[in-house]
Design a protein. Structure first.
Length: 574
């Protein structure tokens, strides 16, 4: 297709030179209507690391593919929505695979699926908020056993099917991982594992008396993770410190990942039914965690990690995790050449609370990108995004050796204004850097009940499959698939071509990818394309489906709010 386009441009240039002595002919009238059976647009997607489009899903809240696993370990839902906010709701790996087969993610342009940690979590619940709800580990942040799948998430076969289905569509699977802490010791898990710290009658514990059934002065807590593994404010343990690296975040036990001491398996894990954990010779706490996490890569071909609470773990631990994960993925690809997407390396993004889009020292410790907390905070600029886009392009265009993962909604902050999600989609999917779509932003998913002491729970409501905003979804799909075709949006040099209407171009010098975009335009319009596209060049508007030809440095078309211009081969017979 490129050769046909180059031939057309050469013909136009030759004709212009031959007529240089004659009065210039008027430019041909721009085409402003769709052309039947027109050829496909010319796309330059780039490498994954240059243009990640990551869909983040709280697996438990997305799609229930296997109802038989809903009450694993005796977990139960609550009768009212308010009380049910922190329970397992049934979403699982099979549900994700089903949605992959339906094309849900492909139609959004997604090339990576970030799922909540699927390894085994604490079995019971702890007190959520100010005694407001039973808080289970549906989100994957209360790990019990890093070596096995949580039964609520599914089986090994279902995980393998998920990865293979995603890979067949060019979509990577990213695990959310935690090296800072395991989960709390809840009453049910303590009882099942024989950690004898419970008072009689603990089976009747409720939100108000829960802690009264746990003997927090009992040295039997040593049968849990133990002093060598974690800091915890418990008998026989080292207390958490006051700095970022040694504190107990939300009173969770803090892994001693900085310790040079070799350790054996904790007593509870050695005796735990179903674990794959074994003693590793001359291995530190960090070494065990790295081994456990990278085994998922080695066994299933997991393509990347989203690392939680990055600032609470020493940078050297993250670099070791990335190094070993890269080796594990290369090993898996060598053994499974027909199941891999490509030969691109393991990818890792980190959550360091409060970071903006600028380069950070942690980019030198294994992170390809860091989550960008600045983007959501600049939402007032989304309606007129030139300052936002130009400032991000100055940081991220080209290949500066790092990237920034932008988002508009998050499970840890807030959901974006549900009335402005079309505007948010445009800002997110047209901004330089990497893009993270939070499940349901593309459908208008409403928030769930809002516990007064833990409002983030409201961001994790069930996916609104039965109340999808179809117009909003169509908007996000057009933007997402356009972005997926054009690395220039993520890495290109940015230039505003017109302030009113707002038109800009992005040009990626490495790949020669070019796009021109206009926002907030309706009806019959004439738009400048600057030097991005030349006269006589055929373009495709990915938003309306029209194909137009450039004349006098402009195109004329009927706009439907957004215009997404990309190269197109000329129609047949032209």
């Amino acid at each position: 297709m490129h050769s046909r386009l180059n031939l057309l441009l050469a013909v136009v240039a030759t004709a212009t030179a031959a007529c240089s002595s004659a009065p210039p002919a008027p430019p041909p009238a721009p085409v402003s209507r769709a052309i039947a059976a027109a050829p496909a647009p010319l796309a330059v997607a780039g490498d994954f690391a240059d243009n990640p489009i990551v869909y983040f899903v709280v697996t438990d809240r997305f799609e229930n593919g296997n109802k038989a696993n809903d009450n694993s370990y005796g977990r139960r839902r609550e009768a009212t929505a308010k009380d049910d906010v922190g329970t397992f709701h049934g979403g699982d790996l099979k549900g994700l695979a089903n949605k992959l087969r339906e094309g849900w993610f492909k139609q959004l342009g997604v090339n990576a699926l970030w799922i909540t940690a699927p390894y085994e979590q604490i079995h019971g619940w702890v007190v959520g908020g100010n005694k407001e709800f039973k808080h289970y580990a549906y989100h994957g942040y209360y790990a019990l056993d890093y070596t096995t799948l949580d039964a609520n998430m599914g089986t090994a076969g279902e995980l393998r099917d998920l990865v293979e289905t995603a890979h067949s569509q060019g979509i990577r699977i990213l695990f959310d991982v935690v090296m800072n802490h395991p989960g709390y010791l809840d009453i049910q898990t303590a009882s099942e594992l024989g950690v004898k710290v419970l008072w009689p009658g603990h089976q009747s514990a409720n939100l108000r008396n829960y802690h009264g059934f746990i003997d927090y002065n009992n040295f039997a807590f040593g049968d849990w993770w133990g002093r060598d593994w974690v800091r915890a404010g418990l008998p026989g343990y080292i207390d958490g410190g006051r700095d970022d690296l040694t504190m107990q975040l939300a009173y969770l036990p803090d892994f001693r990942t900085e310790s040079k001491q070799t350790v054996k398996l904790p007593r509870f894990l050695r005796a735990k039914p179903g674990t794959k954990a074994v003693d590793l010779p001359d291995t530190t706490v960090r070494g065990y965690l790295v081994k456990w996490l990278t085994d998922w890569v080695r066994e299933y071909g997991i393509d990347g990690f989203r690392a939680d609470t990055v600032k609470h773990v020493e940078p050297e631990a993250w670099l070791e995790l990335k190094t070993e994960a890269a080796k594990a993925l290369a090993e898996w690809k060598a053994k499974n050449p027909t199941k891999k997407i490509d030969d691109q390396p393991f990818w890792m993004v980190g959550e360091h609370w409060g970071l903006g889009p600028e380069r950070h020292k942690l980019h030198d410790f294994g992170f390809d990108a860091m989550i960008n907390f600045d983007f959501q905070q600049r939402s007032r600029e989304f309606a007129k995004p030139e300052a936002l886009f130009s400032s991000y392009a100055k940081l991220l265009s080209g290949r500066p050796g790092f990237s920034s993962l932008n988002y508009v909604s998050s499970h840890d902050t807030e959901l974006f204004d549900r009335q402005r999600l079309a505007e948010a989609g445009s800002a997110l999917l047209l901004a330089p850097g990497a893009a993270q779509i939070f499940y349901g932003d593309e459908t208008g998913r409403p928030p769930g009940p809002v516990p007064s002491s833990d409002p983030q729970q409201a961001t994790r409501s069930d996916m609104n499959w039965h109340s999808i905003d179809q117009a909003l979804l169509a908007h996000w799909r057009k933007l997402g698939t356009f972005r997926a075709r054009h690395v220039a949006l993520a890495r290109g040099a940015h230039q505003m071509l017109s302030e009113s209407p707002y038109v800009f171009s992005r040009n990626d010098a490495r790949t020669a990818d070019l796009v021109v975009v206009a926002l907030n335009v309706q009806g019959d319009v004439t738009l400048p394309v600057g030097s991005a596209f030349t006269d006589g060049q055929w373009l495709h508007d990915a938003y309306s489906g029209q194909r137009v030809v450039v004349a006098g440095g402009k195109v004329a078309l009927k706009a439907a709010g957004t215009v997404l211009l990309e190269r197109s081969a000329p129609p047949a017979g032209r």
